[in-house]
Design a binder for this molecule. Structure first.
Ligand code: SAM
Length: 443
């Protein structure tokens, strides 16, 4: 019998004219159900095998458990990576050769949506090759109204040389909410509060003269009045004071505008105003008591050298001794995504886990802010191709790399507890104590 997920997927496949996919015939046994619930007691749970099996199981048996999902799917570059990255359709429908990749992504995104809480967020890394096709899928599955935005992320200084006219050095992060209830936590406000008075630390970045709509003197005549300022101290008063200079809300083109507040408010809150030496009046922006928690809107251009591709590669080399994974994301980049999208007690899902950067990012963030984030990873158990550095380093399956990353985290943080769920191993439910506390597999 087809599940509700299968029905939703079939409907969307027909509407989008995508190739029909075989629905998985995986048998969901009692011990499989039990293993899939085991994430509740672990900091990180790694589900080994095709993510679709687990996504469907979680979507059907425990929907709405995840606060934030981050994925970094295969970009379909056609490159020879240790994982399959060449899904091009032979039958060219509405989306040309891209429909095979879309057909692969569709059921996974439909199931992931069910696992997200109503307040949940999903953010997806992608580059130009599939960005437009991913956007279409996401608009259909999550709804155009739930598109929060797209962030452009700089990945290197000089870019890749594979194109004729351009050296691409950016990619995207597409962000959707599950519903209108979803919102970003925001980015931490790192602006320097470089001034100090008896009321606390502050910065001056907001003009007291109104700009834009309804900013003219004629719009609010009673908000056009003189202020008096001391060019040495920056203090402002509504009363004339000997030696202080008068200033009116007149802009650089000589247009008479108005102040932000009426004269009564300005009298009560004159301590909050600051004058530059040449008489530009600002409203002081105080850091507040809880400066660490002050957050601002997330900017849509991320240009941080810590997010460069080579950072991720160097991290893998220093963790594993060589480049055993082709496309790892840099740790700081994933930490930022998690931080801006979710709270410190979030349940986080990454169903294209690769080298396990997301698990490391979650563990690091918890270590920094004493958070209680939990992490669900999924990674394929496909064999690593012969002659790949990872195979030469002793890894057999791709998921072995993810698992090794969990062991490395465990080595750094003794209290870290992780589980690994493997289907079809033929083994009974068992503890594998050599990996670390609570790591087990299930048949
Ligand atoms: C671009 S990589 C992710 C890299 C990761 N963000 C990191 O920092 O290492 C995509 C990963 O998805 C995995 N993958 C692809 N198809 C999968 C599937 N059906 N089920 C589980 N994992 C899959 C690949 O094996 C690969 O490791």
């Amino acid at each position: 019998m087809l599940s509700t997920i299968d029905l939703k997927v079939s409907k969307l496949q027909k509407e989008l004219g995508l190739e029909l996919q075989q629905h998985s015939s995986f048998e969901h046994t009692e011990s499989f159900h039990e293993a899939c619930q085991s994430w509740v007691n672990a900091d990180t749970t790694l589900f080994v095998g095709d993510n679709l099996i687990y996504l469907k199981e979680l979507a059907l048996m425990s929907p709405e458990i995840v606060d934030m999902c981050y994925i970094d799917p295969p970009y379909n570059t056609g490159s020879k990576f240790l994982y399959e990255d060449n899904r091009k359709s032979e039958v060219r429908g509405m989306f040309g050769t891209h429909s095979a990749w879309m057909s692969f992504m569709l059921p996974r995104l439909v199931a992931a949506r069910e696992i997200l809480k109503e307040t949940g967020i999903i953010s997806i890394s992608i580059d130009d090759y599939e960005q437009a096709y991913l956007k279409i899928l996401m608009d259909r599955i999550f709804g155009e109204d739930n598109f929060i935005g797209s962030i452009v992320v700089c990945r290197s200084k000089n870019g890749k040389g594979s194109k004729k006219n351009l050296a691409t050095n950016h990619e995207y992060l597409l962000i959707y909410g599950k519903s209108k209830q979803a919102g970003l936590r925001g980015q931490s406000d790192e602006t320097d509060y470089n001034k100090q008075d008896e009321f606390g630390q502050y910065r001056v970045d907001g003009l007291f003269r109104k700009k834009g709509e309804a900013s003219l003197r004629t719009d609010r005549p009673n908000m056009f009045y003189p202020l008096y300022f001391n060019p040495n101290s920056g203090k402002v008063s509504i009363e004339a004071i000997k030696g202080w200079k008068a200033v009116y809300p007149i802009d650089s083109k000589g247009v008479e505008r108005r102040w932000l507040w009426g004269v009564d408010t300005a009298e009560k809150r004159a301590w909050q105003l600051y004058a530059s030496k040449n008489g530009v009046i600002y409203v002081k922006n105080y850091a507040g008591n809880d400066k660490a928690e002050k957050r601002t809107k997330v900017r849509t251009l991320w240009n941080d050298t810590n997010f460069y591709t080579e950072k991720g590669t160097n991290e893998i080399k220093s963790l594993f001794g060589s480049k055993i994974f082709d496309t790892p994301k840099p740790l700081e980049y994933i930490k930022k995504i998690i931080d801006v999208c979710s709270d410190s007690n979030a349940v986080i899902l990454d169903f294209f886990a690769g080298s396990g950067t997301t698990a490391q990012a979650v563990a690091d963030l918890n270590g920094t802010d004493e958070g209680t984030r939990r992490c669900l990873l999924m990674e394929s158990d496909c064999e690593i191709p012969p002659n790949h550095t990872a195979q030469e380093s002793g890894f057999k399956l791709i998921s072995d790399i993810t698992e090794e990353r969990l062991k490395l985290i465990k080595r750094e943080t003794d209290s870290f507890n992780a589980k690994v769920v493997r289907p079809n191993t033929g083994l009974p439910l068992q503890m594998l104590t050599d990996i670390g506390d609570n790591i087990y597999s299930v048949s």
